[in-house]
Design a protein around this ligand. Structure first.
Ligand code: ZN
Length: 454
């Protein structure tokens, strides 16, 4: 009797081990299957270490790359190759954000039911969300300067333009080694991986903190003499390009007054500023189809008024990632809710109706609405609506001192047209004034996006 009981227990134990083992395998199969199938030793899908099947197109089906057993076949057009290389990838795999690297399992046609089996051996066609025409325009507009242009549909999350310069021709790849984190590297994607001094574009984060924490903001005024000396010493000035005179909160943003924003930052305080840098998504990486963007960082000291002021103006140790900044622009446009950016075009129409995946609420609806109204005021008062003809434009420029001989030019914002709900970020290293240099690039790219439609 006792013997039987023991055997029964052993059987039960063995059965349990079997079930657990199958379960573990099943779990691993589902989660790691793509990785196993795309293992470099799988000769069926690689020739000399390169994927030998699959096609990458832009959102309208323009072929950007076809992988064949004889090698990579890029677009015939030089400008198309150069302007999309950071989205498509290169033969040597130096561009870590390229589709060849990040969407490998989708390219070879792997799926859980069929594995890598496919009758044609041509692999799959991946449609990226980018508009090759807009990428070419952005590349041309950057005109040989180091920079980044990113535009996405803030309703669906689709990145319609992503260009990083300097770039290179993947059909004639240079023999340089990739240097990790080197900003000027041709392989580096400034838009997804860059960490940059935001300059006055950061005043949109400080403004959100002011709107939520200063109920008396409508009676705020600041008298700007252009120097805005804080302490005795020479290095305690919050210098402006010129004296802005007396400005209120709204006017301070439109004129981008450093003196006023220093005062607002000190009123809000270090702790709140830190909270808003986090709340607006700038301190965490953004997940773009598995590609993690660089996370921004800030230092808001509570014992150094000068440094705290500069941190609220987008200088000091402030570092932002352009993609995260673009997502924040989208959140303001979208009533405070951020939508996750994506590079793979959805095969269904569901996304267009329901919108992209929500990243959560960055701002209250009222806060977003007030900021939106202030960003429109910036365009009307400062940038000129006639420069954005045919667009409902909301924006903020930035001219960031990042250590170069000339400041970096920024222009960030969004359009709110039914057929063109685009949030964007433009950064030009050493470009000069944001409103003069980066704003026309944004206008040109958005205009190009309107030329073709789904
Ligand atoms: Zn000023």
């Amino acid at each position: 009797m006792r013997k039987q009981e023991r055997r029964a227990w052993i059987c039960l134990l063995l059965a349990f081990v079997l079930v657990a083992g199958v379960g573990l395998f099943g779990y691993r199969f589902v989660t790691k299957g793509g990785e196993w199938a795309t293992f470099y030793g799988n000769s069926q899908i690689y020739t000399d270490g390169a994927i030998n099947r699959g096609t990458v197109t832009d959102r309208y089906g323009e072929e950007l790359l076809t992988c064949t057993p004889d090698g990579f076949d890029y677009s015939d057009d030089y400008e198309t190759r150069v302007s999309t290389v950071h989205a498509v990838g290169d033969p040597k795999g130096n561009v870590s954000t390229g589709a060849i690297t990040t969407f490998r399992s989708q390219l070879i046609g792997y799926d859980i039911v069929n594995g890598t089996y496919d009758t044609t051996a041509n692999g799959k066609k991946i449609a990226l969300t980018i508009d090759a025409n807009a990428n070419r325009t952005a590349y041309e507009a950057l005109a040989g300067r180091t920079g980044a242009v990113g535009v996405y549909n803030w309703k669906t999350g689709e990145i319609v333009c992503m260009v990083s310069t300097p770039a290179f021709d993947p059909a004639d790849e240079p023999d340089t080694e990739a240097e990790d984190g080197e900003e000027s590297s041709i392989f580096f994607n400034n838009f997804l991986s860059g960490l940059l001094t935001p300059g006055s574009t950061f005043k949109l984060i400080t403004s959100a903190a002011v709107i939520d924490n200063m109920p008396d903001r409508d009676s705020f005024t600041f008298d700007c003499d252009g120097v805005n000396q804080l302490g005795e010493r020479d290095d305690t000035k919050l210098t402006d390009i010129h004296a802005h005179g007396e400005v209120d909160f709204r006017e301070a943003l439109a004129q981008s007054c450093n003196g006023a924003f220093g005062a607002l930052t000190r009123q809000v305080g270090a702790e709140t500023m830190e909270e808003y840098a986090e709340k607006t998504g700038l301190t965490k990486p953004v997940d773009v189809n598995g590609i993690e963007t660089a996370a921004g960082s800030f230092d808001f000291p509570d014992d150094n008024d000068v440094k705290l002021s500069w941190a609220g103006i987008g200088q000091a140790d402030d570092l932002v990632n352009p993609c995260a900044m673009m997502v924040y622009m989208g959140a303001i446009a979208n009533g405070g809710e951020a939508v996750q950016p994506s590079l793979i075009k959805s095969a269904t129409f569901i996304k267009e109706i329901s919108g992209g995946r929500r990243l959560g609420r960055y701002l209250d609806e009222d806060t977003a609405a007030e900021l939106k109204s202030m960003m429109k005021n910036n365009v009307v008062e400062n940038y000129g609506e006639s420069n954005f003809e045919g667009m409902d434009m909301y924006a903020k420029s930035g001219t960031a001192e990042a250590g170069g001989t000339r400041p970096d030019a920024w222009f960030v914002g969004f359009t709110d047209d039914e057929n063109a709900p685009y949030a964007f970020v433009v950064w030009v290293k050493g470009g000069g004034f944001g409103s003069e240099v980066a704003a026309p690039i944004a206008a040109r790219v958005i205009r190009t996006l309107g030329e073709t439609s789904d």
